[in-house]
Design a protein around this ligand. Structure first.
Ligand SMILES: CC(C)(COP(=O)(O)OP(=O)(O)OC[C@H]1O[C@@H](n2cnc3c(N)ncnc32)[C@H](O)[C@@H]1OP(=O)(O)O)[C@@H](O)C(=O)NCCC(=O)NCCS
Length: 172
């Protein structure tokens, strides 16, 4: 069993689209209507949108491989790429997704440690993220990683306004 992380390049947009759509769908399909799900998948993960995000020098994407198969991915943002104005001393974990079949094997923690490494290299003071209030699995994972809830913001899934908890981990 080998685990590897590789940065995504601009040329990886299709591969990124596949894993982004697949993991988002399997995570949220049971709690959202098909219409809202499809609207979100089309808006968030179309190729021009992903290429725009891949070109942003304040964002970084990584694939995690389990025995040479893409098992998940990570997106982190700094500076203006953050989805809230958190300032230059923060790093946002915008997306961290592991395919269902590879969950609970330590891969989420492996990707999270990559985010910590990037934050430390950039002298960031904290890591933050937004997580849907009903995503109990992810909230439990983030608590295990040392995050605490520090706020909330709203988020649109299609036409459905949902609440995201803001969770923060202070780096020492
Ligand atoms: C949340 C997610 C990234 C966690 O990744 P994972 O690979 O399953 O988690 P890991 O195996 O790395 O777990 C790391 C630690 O967290 C703990 N953990 C993970 N999920 C947990 C849960 N639901 N409840 C309690 N602890 C949990 C593990 O026991 C492990 O503890 P340890 O360090 O003491 O061994 C993954 O489940 C996922 O991709 N979920 C779907 C997508 C999603 O919701 N992403 C977040 C969107 S905001």
């Amino acid at each position: 069993m080998t685990i590897n992380i590789k940065p995504c390049t601009f040329e990886d947009s299709r591969k990124l689209q596949e894993i982004s759509s697949e993991t988002f769908y399997e995570t949220f399909k049971e709690q959202n209507s098909a219409e809202n799900m499809n609207a979100y998948l089309e808006k968030a993960f179309n190729i021009p949108q992903l290429e725009k995000e891949l070109s942003n020098t304040s964002s970084q994407f990584f694939f995690v491989y389990f025995d040479n198969e893409v098992a998940g991915y990570l997106k982190v943002n700094t500076n203006d790429a953050q989805s809230e104005e958190m300032g230059e001393e923060s790093l946002e974990v915008e997306r961290i997704y592991i395919k269902k079949e590879f969950q609970k094997h330590g891969l989420g923690k492996y990707l999270f440690n990559k985010a910590v490494e990037i934050a430390m290299e950039g002298n960031k003071k904290k890591i933050w993220l937004g997580v849907w209030e009903n995503n109990e699995n992810a909230i439990a994972f983030y608590k295990k990683m040392g995050f605490v809830q520090t706020g909330a913001h709203s988020f649109y899934m299609g036409d459905d306004e949902q609440i995201d908890f803001i969770m923060t981990k202070t780096l020492v």
